[in-house]
Design a protein around this ligand. Sequence first.
Ligand code: FMN
Length: 148
Amino acid sequence: MKTAICYYSYHHHNTLKVIEAMKEAGDVDLICVTTRQAVHLEEYDCIGFASGIYGFCMHPSVLEFAKQYLPEGKKVFFVYTYAGAKGKGAKDLRAIAEGKGCTVLGEFGCRGFNTFGPFKLFGGSGKGLPSQKDLAEAQDFYRRISQK
Ligand SMILES: Cc1cc2nc3c(=O)[nH]c(=O)nc-3n(C[C@H](O)[C@H](O)[C@H](O)COP(=O)(O)O)c2cc1C
């Protein structure tokens, strides 16, 4: 299954680590939503959207990208990392995808290292996350949805 994962990951590249693990498990291209590039999502069987959770939501740049470039009727999935409160998680993306008649295969989330706000004073939360176990679970998740 030819897959593109469209992502935004800047705080500690936690989300990038997760989707790089998924890339090792299949035929996956990673597309950063903030770099200007020609986007041809039509050629993929399946499209993932990934980011950290910022203010209880996935990053707006990923939502905008999905609104603009996600073709109708694709298989989709969502990936996010967070410190401890995922809030809405992928809810908004799910609504965008379903509005385009896409099939949601699932979502994967795990905790990531965080130094935002007061956490910085104490050396951050979730040091060492995502863990090797998280990355292995991310690969299992991707292999599982690839069968669908
Ligand atoms: C501006 C900002 C807002 C954040 N908001 C939340 C939040 O609402 N809930 C949460 O659990 N983590 C929050 N975090 C922590 C990130 O979700 C977490 O570190 C994530 O793994 C970052 O992903 P990235 O390294 O791929 O950018 C926030 C981090 C930043 C920098």
